[in-house]
Design a protein around this ligand. Structure first.
Ligand code: PLP
Length: 463
């Protein structure tokens, strides 16, 4: 019997207040003995969730905050489908395989499409990293060399790689930033790699500033090293954001994908610039030989065999179906239009923010250099009576989430600020943000000394 019926059965009208939720609030620390009227619970929860703020103003996140009505329909249709049940939902399995084949085409995989969907780039990074560790270990064993000190070489990576290194016992050789050197450079890589390097991980769209690292340059440097020393170090590209941007908005970009034979695996987030709803990522290998067989589990599938490689078992299927919808609905032309618009809005914002006294643009959203994001700092000589943490705080009062955060290495003491320009951050929204930035800056400039004080570093920056 539903709670609403139970209440009506007691001879009382089903009115929200009979549940007491309105006057006494929702249970917080005890599992409730009785149920409650579902509409009332839903209303009260809806109101509570208003405190989360408005995702459209969340310019910190790389993830999509807009989905089409059709995607809502498809998600609803799939709400009870478990992606792992390959036998029960063979058509969903087929759709997942089609997505992998389409991505293999987009990223120029030479042979049989090999990959899987994941919860996001973090799980994809774990899987790409595990495959690299397994391949390295097999190579070392075959050569009679030790296998107890694996390392990886990277620039300033997103936290998922730090997790990967810690969880899988890998020494992380992270080349941090210096003034004028924000990305991992080929010579840095050469200085760090050795026999124990399981892979090098350049990022296409670094989380801190959105810039593309020079995958082709790094691959060429490693080619040279191999010619000289015989050492063959593979590359995994973290294309969490850029994998769904560069192929569309800068198709002539120097090869960064499987066109480079040294690139053995790539991850990307479907829910970022892949435009799918939250909860889907992808990892692809160059060819089946790059995914060691002993990492793959085989499940029976319509009497056949379906290889699976993932950390989770149960997972919702809707995101994968919605991803396929986006691929088919938009095609290359649609992704190009949407992302070009985001770059145009980013460049508009960069022009305006760069025009503010003392503001220095680090990335202006140029599609040749990186993803559609704008990153800025305060000119060292500007001696402002406020910090970017104060500005972030002030913008928060208008609902905008524009994180301020430090870079790494020699730039760990400097504050930077970033907006991610996504599909629903249009020119109208941009102009409203810019107005609020100007007003906040004017307020902070005029604030009498001693009032307010510098805001502390805090909040969530998705690093
Ligand atoms: C470069 C990079 N890699 C990995 C991740 C983690 O991605 P996800 O949130 O899809 O797990 C992010 C997230 O922002 C990222 O920017």
């Amino acid at each position: 019997m539903t709670p609403r019926r139970a209440a009506a059965g007691n001879g009382q009208a089903s009115r929200p207040w009979i549940d007491g939720l309105i006057t006494s609030g929702l249970p917080r620390d005890h599992f409730p003995a009785e149920g409650a009227d579902p509409d009332t619970v839903c209303d009260v929860l809806t109101e509570e969730l208003l405190l989360d703020g408005n995702s459209k103003q969340n310019l910190a996140t790389f993830c999509q905050t807009w989905e089409s009505p059709q995607v809502h329909r498809l998600m609803d249709l799939a709400i009870d489908k478990n992606l792992i049940d390959k036998d029960e939902y063979p058509q969903t399995t087929e759709i997942e395989q089609r997505c992998i084949a389409l991505l293999a085409d987009l990223w120029h995989a030479p042979g049989q499409p090999t990959g899987c969907s994941t919860v996001g780039s973090s799980e994809a990074a774990m899987l790409g990293g595990m495959a690299a560790k397994w391949r390295w270990r097999a190579r070392q064993k075959a050569a009679g060399k030790p296998t107890d000190q694996p390392n990886m070489v990277c620039g300033s990576v997103q936290i998922c790689w730090k997790k990967f290194a810690r969880y899988w016992d890998i020494e992380m050789r992270e080349v941090e930033m210096k003034p004028g050197r924000l990305c991992l450079e080929p010579e840095d890589v050469l200085a760090q790699v050795d026999d124990n390097t399981i892979f090098v991980v350049p990022t296409l769209g670094v989380t801190y500033h959105g810039l593309y690292e020079d995958v082709a340059g790094i691959a060429a440097a490693l080619d040279g090293l191999q010619q000289k020393t015989g050492l063959d170090v593979p590359i995994h590209v973290d294309a969490a954001s850029g994998g769904f941007v560069a192929p569309f908005t800068d198709p002539d970009h120097a090869a960064w994908d499987f066109r480079l034979p040294r690139v053995k695996s790539i991850n990307a987030s479907g829910h970022k610039f892949g435009l799918a709803p939250l909860g889907v990522g992808w990892v692809l290998w160059r060819e089946p030989a790059d995914l060691p067989d002993d990492l793959v589990f085989h499940v029976s599938y319509l009497g056949g065999d379906m290889p699976t490689f993932q950390i989770n078992f149960s997972r919702p299927a809707g995101q994968v179906i919605a991803q396929y919808f986006d691929f088919v609905r938009l095609g290359r032309a649609g992704y190009t239009t949407i992302h070009e618009e985001s770059h145009a809005v980013a460049r508009w914002c960069a022009g305006e923010i760069g025009g503010l006294d003392g503001f220095e643009i680090v990335h202006d959203g140029d599609p040749k250099r990186g993803i559609p994001t704008v990153v800025w700092t305060l000119d060292e000589g500007a001696a402002k009576p406020y910090t970017l943490y104060d500005l972030a705080d002030r913008l928060r009062m208008r609902g905008w989430q524009v994180p301020a955060y430090p870079f790494t290495g020699e730039l760990a003491g400097n504050a930077f600020q970033r907006i991610l320009v996504k599909r629903d951050f249009n020119r109208e929204m941009a102009d409203l943000l810019l107005r609020d930035i100007r007003q906040a800056v004017a307020y902070l400039e005029a604030r009498p000394a001693g009032q307010g004080g510098a805001a502390a570093q805090g909040g969530y920056s998705h690093l």
